[in-house]
Design a protein around this ligand. Structure first.
Ligand SMILES: Nc1nc2c(ncn2[C@@H]2O[C@H](COP(=O)(O)OP(=O)(O)OP(=O)(O)O)[C@@H](O)[C@H]2O)c(=O)[nH]1
Length: 508
């Protein structure tokens, strides 16, 4: 290999090792592929084209790496700061073991941005848990106790409490800017960030922490999906780069073997010419012989040059191809994420109503049930079904039916709070999740849904028509499976239909 090629290979190795640094530790398969790419690069030869493209690539990769590191460092220090704030919170106590274990987690994962939502989720849960653990001196006076058991009592808004709350909420809001969510959750993220920065009342902290936990659970689920998809595509691209490198290596090896072949042929001609000259007796015959030899050597040289030109052309093409693939891989890494998020958002929303669909419901309900069970929060679900919907379709047509299906959820949402989650479960059926809501409160909300739907005049070909809705509500008992909870709500709905419709039936 000549020194120019040596340099090119060295540059490529460097660049690939930078890329491997970015991808390091995310996926074992990816690591193996990168190792194999590196191994092949080590054997390959290269040209100036490759070197030039790598010189452009390298500072970009280095810059990205530096920025990534700076972001990670800031994320780590904010996270640690958030945890330390539990010491300042009134009536809160964080277990030192839990804190230590979490700090170890931070040390382990702070550089891997795919782990950030999970780390933030853990931090917020720890903080939330600390708020629920009264400090020894004020055992019967915890925030949670006052907030949730005796609703009208509040911690006095002293200057230091306002200061602490401002510090906690601003740090949390800053940490949340590091979390990437699918588009459908963007508004929710902005709402939470606004609510955090707008609040200086420490009594709001537990409820805000709960909202952050719920949102992050969604983020953790989604980023893992994104990452898996991204890594599998990245692996494919790396495998294809690897194939190009192998082909390039073979081409270079073939050039080397042609060079050797030509050298051998040339040497043979020189040797036989030497011996012919040595044995020559007739000058004319010798002249003829030398002419013939020169002719053969010229032909062999021209053949060799043709072969070399063709192979160098192929090698240059293969290197350009390789360079394009590396560039495409860079671009893909940035575009892939947003397009995947778009797809996830589409897959989770219902085209007719724009509401999150049944798949989104499945995504949301399981982490919420886990959190409700763990934190002993009340959680209710309501199954709402438009009455005699078939008749609406039959009388005014399917398009009118569609219009009703678009309007009903708007009416439902008009009487609910933003933390209540509405899904189109299928057909004319909607499901509402009421996190941190007692059965009594959920029942009241459902009565409001029923009333608002009943009193809305739906316009059918110019005529106002009254439409009603039946609802079954059930309260999660903290131990049962989702199916048990759902089937109880469904049975309640069935009873509402049985009892004449336009009714809300709750658990006994
Ligand atoms: N227009 C329209 N109709 C739908 C859609 N999805 C389901 N449906 C119709 O909704 C109707 C539901 O009918 P049923 O399950 O019998 O319920 P119902 O007639 O409302 O009777 P009740 O149980 O008393 O409320 C069916 O006729 C479906 O074709 C949709 O997206 N658009």
């Amino acid at each position: 290999m000549d020194p120019v090629q040596d340099k090119a290979v060295e540059s490529l190795l460097k660049a690939i090792s930078r890329i491997s640094m970015l991808a390091e530790g995310n996926d074992p398969e990816l690591d193996t592929t990168l190792q194999s790419v590196r191994a092949n690069l080590g054997r390959s030869q290269s040209t100036e084209v490759l070197n030039a493209s790598l010189q452009t690539l390298e500072p970009l990769v280095l810059k990205y790496d530096e920025e990534r590191l700076a972001r990670a460092q800031s994320f780590r220090s904010q996270l640690l700061e958030l945890i330390d704030m539990s010491d300042d919170l009134p009536d809160a106590q964080m277990s030192p073991q839990a804190k230590k274990a979490f700090e170890a987690e931070i040390r382990k994962h702070w550089q891997s941005s795919s782990k950030w939502p999970e780390l933030l989720g853990q931090a917020v849960q720890l903080l939330h848990g600390a708020l629920k653990t009264p400090s020894k001196t004020t055992k019967n006076n915890s925030i949670i106790g006052r907030l949730f058991r005796r609703k009208n009592d509040h911690i006095p808004a002293s200057a230091s409490n306002v200061e602490i709350m401002t510090h906690v909420s601003h740090t949390l809001a800053a940490l949340l800017t590091n979390i990437t969510l699918p588009d459908i959750y963007r508004d929710q993220l902005v709402d939470i960030k606004n609510a955090l920065t707008a609040s200086n009342n420490i009594n709001h902290l537990p409820a805000l922490l709960d909202e952050v936990i719920t949102l992050i659970m969604v983020a953790v689920g989604k980023t893992q999906e994104d990452l898996t998809l991204y890594l599998s595509q990245l692996n494919q691209q790396l495998a294809s780069i690897n194939a190009s490198l192998v082909a390039n290596y073979k081409a270079q090896r073939s050039i080397t073997s042609h060079r050797k072949e030509f050298g051998d042929t040339f040497q043979n001609h020189v040797n036989s010419t030497k011996s012919d000259v040595h044995n020559a007796t007739d000058l004319n015959a010798l002249k003829q012989l030398i002419n013939d030899r020169m002719h053969t050597i010229t032909e062999a040289m021209s053949l060799f040059q043709d072969k070399m030109q063709e192979q160098e052309k192929q090698a240059a093409q293969s290197i350009t191809h390789l360079k394009n693939k590396v560039n495409r891989m860079e671009q893909d890494a940035s575009h892939l994420r947003s397009s995947m998020q778009e797809k996830i958002a589409q897959a989770l929303s219902d085209a007719l109503t724009g509401l999150p669909n049944r798949a989104a419901y499945q995504d949301a309900i399981f982490p919420l049930l886990t959190s409700a069970a763990k934190n002993q929060h009340a959680l209710c679900i309501a199954v709402c079904d438009v009455d005699y919907f078939k008749k609406i379709n039959d009388t005014w047509g399917h398009l009118a039916g569609d219009k009703v299906l678009r309007l009903v959820p708007r009416q439902i949402q008009s009487v609910l709070k933003k933390e209540h989650l509405v899904f189109r479960y299928g057909g004319e059926e909607f499901v509402v999740i009421f996190p941190m809501t007692s059965l009594e409160q959920a029942y009241e909300h459902c009565q409001n849904i029923r009333k608002v739907v009943e009193s809305t005049p739906f316009n059918m070909n110019g005529d106002p028509v009254s439409i009603t809705i039946s609802i079954g509500v059930s309260l999660f008992n903290g131990k049962e499976s989702h199916d048990e909870l759902f089937s109880r709500a469904d049975k309640n709905l069935y009873q509402a239909k049985e009892q004449g419709r336009n009714k809300v039936i709750r658990d006994n």
